[in-house]
Design a protein around this ligand. Structure first.
Ligand code: HEM
Length: 183
């Protein structure tokens, strides 16, 4: 199933190849988005089957997060390679409305959410910050729907909305489960 989705999306991206660097940008953006989605889905199973059976999901979560972050880093770096300067990394676009470039704040939120997890022993409340990845995911959905070329296609819009709904459901489920634990 996953392989089919990957082949299908690669096909869509390759349908519209202009400059190679733009193709790389779209590839990194779209696959970064999908990889982060899978990292969030695996985290749901990790929580469900803690202990021994949850371990493969934990490994998958960490590996997907690593790959996702690498792709997320490559995506704006392609602008720098095109000579746009590192201003592209400024958290909010100076010329565009915030919402149209929701990708910039999302970029930092993802790195913050992942970074805090590395120091989870030190910061007991790290999970609260880690949950920012859900906000980042929602922002990227807006970003992709508003700016993406591939996301002009109905099937890709449906995919983005389905992923966003899944992520919101996982978030609500996790919050309610952790609330029950605290009681
Ligand atoms: C500094 C941060 C970011 C900047 C400046 C940025 C910029 C852009 C721009 C300008 C586009 C339009 C397509 C193009 O011109 O090639 C785009 C598309 C896209 N971005 Fe970002 N982005 C950023 C962060 C992110 C992040 C964190 C993600 C999450 C994975 C992401 C995912 C996407 C996706 C999925 C598309 C649609 C690709 C397509 O179909 O063409 N972006 N981005």
């Amino acid at each position: 199933m996953l392989l089919l989705v990957t082949i299908f999306i690669t096909y869509i991206i390759l349908q519209n190849t202009e400059e190679p660097i733009r193709t790389i940008r779209r590839f990194a953006g779209t696959f970064g988005y999908l990889t982060v989605f899978l990292a969030i889905v695996t985290s749901e199973y990790m929580a469900k089957m803690k202990k021994i059976s949850g371990l493969p999901f934990m490994k998958a979560h960490h590996n997907l997060a690593r790959i996702g972050l690498l792709l997320i880093l490559i995506h704006p770096l392609t602008f720098v390679l095109q000579g746009r300067g590192i201003g592209i990394f400024s958290p909010i676009s100076p010329t565009n409305i915030f919402i149209a470039l929701a990708g910039r704040p999302a970029f930092y939120l993802f790195f913050l959410a992942a970074g805090i997890a590395l120091y989870r022993k030190k910061y007991k409340d790290w999970r609260k910050v880690h949950y920012l990845s859900y906000l980042a995911f929602s922002l990227v959905t807006v970003h992709a729907l508003m700016l993406g070329d591939d996301f002009e296609l109905a099937i890709m819009r449906i995919l983005a909305i389905a992923m966003a709904i899944t992520v919101i459901v996982i978030f609500i489920h996790k919050r309610s489960a952790s609330g029950r634990k605290r009681k």
